[in-house]
Ligand binder design. Structure first.
Ligand SMILES: *Cc1c(COP(=O)(O)O)cnc(C)c1O
Length: 372
């Protein structure tokens, strides 16, 4: 069923920049260089400058960015990596792809990101595996509490990798997400705040040696062509996606500003309803990758909105530790707040081409269901 107002609309983003994107694609096709060429190099420079870091390395997806970041940080088979269960499964899948063991901790329900007390607790427990790193996920576009995460990780000698797949342009204490940890992983899946028209990802870091390791690992460990100095893989970013991303990067701040406007429309229309609204921590700049409300009658609210032609999604319907592939075998701390959130969350329509009027209408429909 197509919705009058969909939950997301990646085609609208293409159409909004069609002339520039078509020209960028045409130029790449004519140039005849299709993998790891001048567009990728230019995008890597521009994206690093945007983040305020020294290096960014284009890779094939956000999942690969996380996996390669873990490998670059020398996380080895059997090492433990702390993260949350309330995230895209990719965060946990990447830890296992690197051969490591995910150890999952609970979230702070105020912003759906890792709870620093739960993290503090988890780092000093014996999990039967040596803990080597933390992946802090900036979920829904809200930054995790990076000052606390960095302090905890540093005092226990853990590497910090930021999962920025949902937080392009978000910041906390005046510093961009992606510029806090040892490394950061970005996804450019089409619906992300910075989205390509296919798969793509990037790793960001200030450390030239870590950047160099990712550069080698993404192409078979080649320093010299056809001679592997590290056991790597193929995770290259292609020129078409890089050219498209260079266009889209120029509009990222404007798009995020529109997402924030949409967020304030929702906040305004939905105050005084019985819905739980997303908070923004002090010192945080939220980029509303998703606008997520909580309702005890979530499934009925979702059906009601669908009947009105309004699309919603649940990010995510099952925490990773209860999904069939992971159930019963992933070490985790108490995850009561994760499990409670998952029953109540609902992502309302959110994308930069959504109009303020449409957001107001969606908010009023949700408010009519929820009672003022
Ligand atoms: C999208 C996403 C990823 C994975 O990115 P892909 O490009 O789809 O591999 C990882 N973590 C989070 C939080 C995501 O939202």
């Amino acid at each position: 069923m197509t919705m009058r107002i969909p939950q997301c609309d990646p085609k609208a983003s293409y159409l909004a920049h069609k002339v520039e994107i078509d020209a960028a694609i045409g130029a790449v096709l004519e140039r005849g260089r299709y993998i790891l060429g001048p567009e990728v190099e230019a995008f890597e420079r521009e994206f690093a400058a945007y983040l305020g870091v020294e290096h960014s390395v284009g890779v094939a997806s956000g999942t690969d960015a996380l996996t390669l970041a873990l490998r670059a940080c020398q996380v080895k088979a059997g090492d433990g990596v702390l993260t949350v269960s309330h995230t895209a499964v990719a965060t946990v899948a990447a830890i296992e792809l690197a051969g490591a063991v995910p150890v999952l901790v609970d979230i702070d329900p105020a912003n759906f990101c890792v709870d620093s007390n739960a993290l503090e607790d988890a780092v000093s427990r014996d999990w039967g595996v040596p803990l080597k790193a933390v992946i802090a996920v900036h979920l829904y576009g809200h930054p995790a509490d990076m000052p606390a995460v960095m302090a905890i990780a540093r005092s226990h000698g853990l590497a910090v990798i930021e999962d920025c797949a949902q937080s392009h342009g978000a910041s906390v204490c005046g510093r961009m997400t992606g510029a806090w940890g040892d490394m950061a992983a970005f996804s450019f899946y089409p619906t992300k705040n910075l989205g390509a028209l296919g798969d793509g990802g990037a790793v960001a870091t200030n450390d030239p040696r870590l950047a160099e390791r990712v550069r080698l690992l993404r192409e078979y460990g080649w320093r010299e062509r056809y001679v592997s100095s590290l056991a790597g893989m193929n995770s290259r970013l292609d020129e078409l996606q890089a050219a498209i991303l260079r266009v889209k990067l120029r509009y990222l701040d404007r798009d995020n500003a529109q997402r924030r406007e949409l967020g304030s429309v929702y906040n305004k229309v939905l105050t005084d309803t019985n819905l739980g609204l997303p908070g923004t921590s002090e010192a945080a700049v939220h980029v509303y990758h998703q606008y997520v409300v909580r309702s005890a009658q979530r499934d009925r609210l979702r059906d009601w909105l669908r009947e009105q032609g309004v699309g919603t999604l649940i990010h995510y319907p099952q925490p990773v530790h209860t999904q069939p592939a992971y159930r019963g075998r992933i070490p985790h701390a108490g995850l009561d707040r994760t499990e409670a959130a998952v029953r109540e969350i609902l992502s309302l329509p959110m994308y930069p081409e959504l109009t303020l009027e449409q957001a107001s209408e969606v908010g009023q429909l949700a408010a009519a269901f929820s009672g003022r």
